[in-house]
Design a protein around this ligand. Sequence first.
Ligand SMILES: C[S@@+](CC[C@H](N)C(=O)[O-])C[C@H]1O[C@@H](n2cnc3c(N)ncnc32)[C@H](O)[C@@H]1O
Length: 258
Amino acid sequence: MMIYDYPTLYDVLFSDSWKREIEFLKTALRYYCNISGNGRIFEPACGTGRLLWRLAKMGHKVVGLDLNPNAVLFCNKRFRQHGLTESAILGDMTRFSLNDLRHKKPFDLAFNFVSSFLHLTSESAALSHLHAVADILKPNGIYLLGLHLLPQGNAVCSQEKWSVQHGSLALQSRLSRVSLDRQRRIETVEFRIKAKTPKKRYEVVDIFPLRTYSLRQFQNLLKKVNRFDILETFDFNFQDPVQLNPQIEDVVFVLKKG
Ligand SMILES: C[S@@+](CC[C@H](N)C(=O)[O-])C[C@H]1O[C@@H](n2cnc3c(N)ncnc32)[C@H](O)[C@@H]1O
């Protein structure tokens, strides 16, 4: 089983940051897309859709796409529970069209936070994804892409731990590097979640590969795609813009379709 087969745990684990992510999305729609009302928003690799249902509740037209059936089911159930249209679709983020997303009009904005793009472990998959996103965006549409980059030299961050308490469910998680192959550009990571409720304790462990990018490698990929310009860059707190430099690790790229 993969970690993403446990959408309830995943959703709680990533529940803390939604406010600032939603604020950033609202600001991005206004500032980069000139939309003060409702927009058309797409999230590839939407997972549990923890941001999508909130955006839909605010009146935006949303669509999510994910490869994991459990995540899609969870996401659509939540849309239903909130009286919203089921808008999560099972599919691969390297291959989709407006038709697959059951949408006639192109999207104003797409977003992909928390490094989901790194799940695409080959250059061809990454290129296909970026082309597919560009194809479903309107001219000048925006793609907000959050990436954990691998800095030059000794990589600084090789482990991340955090805990969340949600009602009687307590979660402790650890994301750590198992191995790093700079030649093949593959980082293997272990994601471990310890869950505790008053009745039981259990642990979920998953090990999976991610593609690594230095800043230069990501910039080169964008050049190859030749469909997006970098408008601005932020850190994962979405506060002030950050300056790109070879040591930078966490970046949200504001990409504008050219
Ligand atoms: C870290 S989660 C992010 C979920 C969501 N974007 C969020 O912010 O909470 C990564 C997601 O990427 C999905 N995923 C991985 N490879 C994919 C692919 N090729 N196409 C679509 N989804 C994929 C996984 O199933 C998982 O739900």
